[in-house]
Design a protein around this ligand. Structure first.
Ligand SMILES: NC(=O)c1ccc[n+]([C@@H]2O[C@H](COP(=O)([O-])OP(=O)(O)OC[C@H]3O[C@@H](n4cnc5c(N)ncnc54)[C@H](OP(=O)(O)O)[C@@H]3O)[C@@H](O)[C@H]2O)c1
Length: 267
């Protein structure tokens, strides 16, 4: 799984130009999307336009809880593939541990949906399967309920304010790849004095400092931008290093805040 990818989103819009630019001019090979973001069709077009071979790409998609349940999940995945013009996903995630259907408990919905993902994996429609926003108790229950495949990846909010350390340690112990989203805390980190100071010290931008921090912690990261100059900037993070003092100073910024949603109330 490429350590660096480009995020896409419904919030803040989707930019066809930025995706094509990332693929053709910046060498980005990993793109993160979701059924929920409503840009599958446009993204499929951008991938085609880029002319990058399918086997060189890593495409992650996510299943929205509206479509949890065994047969609905399978149908939703096949529909997403068809909308994007793809034969398979490199990674397919359950987007959220909660279920929007009151007929079954969250745990039952997760287990039933996971069975569908296991089948999609065995059929080769999803080369890897995983979850997103799952805390330790969700992962433990899934392990008990599944027929043997444990999630390959758990995608979690991850930036200096929100380090999800307990989940990260659990994932490392269980052999689950810990992937981080919102590396810039949706921009909140970009005017932090400590980050600005480091940017000046390394002659880099605040966004590059934040992305580099994730990468140096070994965390897969997927910053999003709709602007081509920022896409380029965000990719230029492989030719400098933060030192131990910088890494520690950023790690001390954890205050537990979420800039998106917080799964801790989901049973
Ligand atoms: N699994 C989940 O539940 C979940 C939840 C949230 C996000 N995600 C994934 O993670 C990806 C990234 O998360 P995110 O977009 O929410 O947050 P983010 O990457 O932390 O921040 C994106 C914001 O920062 C701005 N930005 C990007 N690069 C910049 C730069 N170099 N300088 C200044 N501003 C910059 C963007 O604006 P412009 O677009 O205007 O440049 C946008 O407003 C998403 O696209 C999505 O794929 C997953």
């Amino acid at each position: 799984m490429p350590l660096f990818g480009l995020g896409t989103s419904h919030q803040g819009g989707y930019s066809h130009e930025a995706v094509v630019y990332a693929l053709t001019q910046c060498g980005v090979r990993h793109i993160d999307t979701a059924e929920r973001y409503g840009c599958e069709e446009q993204l499929g077009r951008a991938i085609k336009e880029s002319m990058v071979s399918r086997e060189d790409l890593w495409i992650t998609n996510k299943l929205w809880p509206d479509n949890y349940g065994f047969s609905t999940a399978k149908k939703a995945c096949l529909r997403s593939c068809s909308i994007m013009g793809l034969e398979y996903f490199d990674l397919y995630l359950m987007h959220w541990p909660g279920n929007f259907e009151s007929r079954v408990s969250n745990r039952e919905a997760r287990a039933e949906t996971w069975r569908a993902l296991e089948e999609l994996y065995k059929e080769g429609i999803c080369k890897a399967i995983g979850v997103s926003n799952f805390l330790v108790h969700h992962l433990e229950q899934l392990k008990e309920d599944s027929s043997g495949v444990i999630p390959h990846v758990n995608q979690m909010e991850y930036h200096p304010y929100q380090q999800s350390s307990t989940v990260m340690e659990y994932c490392q112990k269980e052999g689950i790849v810990f992937e981080g989203y919102c590396p810039l805390a949706k921009g909140q980190l970009l005017d932090e004095p400590k980050v600005l100071h480091m940017a000046e010290k390394h002659r880099r931008t605040p966004a590059q400092i934040c992305i580099r921090w994730s990468l140096q912690n070994g965390v897969v990261t997927i910053p999003k931008s709709t602007k081509i100059q920022r896409v380029r900037e965000n990719c230029q993070v492989f030719d400098f290093q933060l030192d131990k003092t910088d890494m520690e100073a950023l790690s001390k910024m954890h205050d537990g805040r979420h800039v998106t949603w917080d799964p801790s109330n989901i049973q």
